[in-house]
Design a protein around this ligand. Sequence first.
Ligand code: SF4
Length: 323
Amino acid sequence: MAAGEVSMTNPNGQLMITYRCSAACRHCLVMAEPEQERTVMSVEDAVRWGLEYAKLGRHVMIAGGEALLFYKQVLAMCAALKARGVPVAFIESNGSWCRSDELTKRRLTRLREAGVEGMYFSVDPYHQEFVPAERVCRGSRIAKELFGEDQVYAPNPTLEEAGDLETVAGDPERLREYARSRRVSFIGRAADALTGFADPVPLAGLLEQDCRKDLDVDHLREIQVDPFGFVRPDMCPGVNLGNANQQPLAELGCTQRVCEVLLLRELAERGPASLLPLAEPAGFKPRSTYASKCHLCFEIRRHLVRRMPDELGPPHAYALVRG
Ligand code: SF4
């Protein structure tokens, strides 16, 4: 596989540069939305952490929120990383900014010149509830012309298919069918917006599930660092391996780190059951059912985050802070 090829299987290091987004998708793990504050990762941090990802053998990718709401900042990050020999493998975008062919071509051309090797466009009913199909199809089409077919990932990229996803978003029955046919983690906004589509699972069964595989960081396809420096598996935002402002990211983004930190080690071995003894004295009363173990984990963490901001923060990942 070529370095930087847009792929779901490459080990990636994500620079999650903002919680701000042009959309507020129902499945968003990090609660990104237009109301999130405008905090954006600095170019200096992006370069520092991009170089650390390279030490871990991970391709650097940029995401948000909607990273390209901050196009100039992203362009500067990409150019600075390219100058240090670490080109950005791809940028993830919802395509909401692709308002015309001219604008889309100009921006993507400049990103390519700044070393970006590919694009990933999000296309599904959750995104198409907010982003017109025509825009994301334009982004995907022009990106393929500029970066090459293999360097652009966009499922269902035809206008008809993306247009149909808009219809799914507006039809509760079809959306239920869609949500039930795909894996949903039920954390972030999905904990509030999609659990109604899931079969309830009794608490007792969830308390027996561990997270060994989910926290085997060395073998995870993607880890992420957010604008505040929190490093975590990309599927567990709020389960922090540490803060890259205090310790080199390359020391945090590994399974060894999970073994070293009691809270993480317990979470790996005993799953969300290990968090209950912390949450119950703080007033958390578990329900009899949840949609999944991650749903239970998220609800416990949402209850605890103000008391444990370093371990479980930032509050933005629980939409407890607004811009
Ligand atoms: S239960 Fe928590 S730690 Fe385990 S995989 Fe889900 S979000 Fe991650």
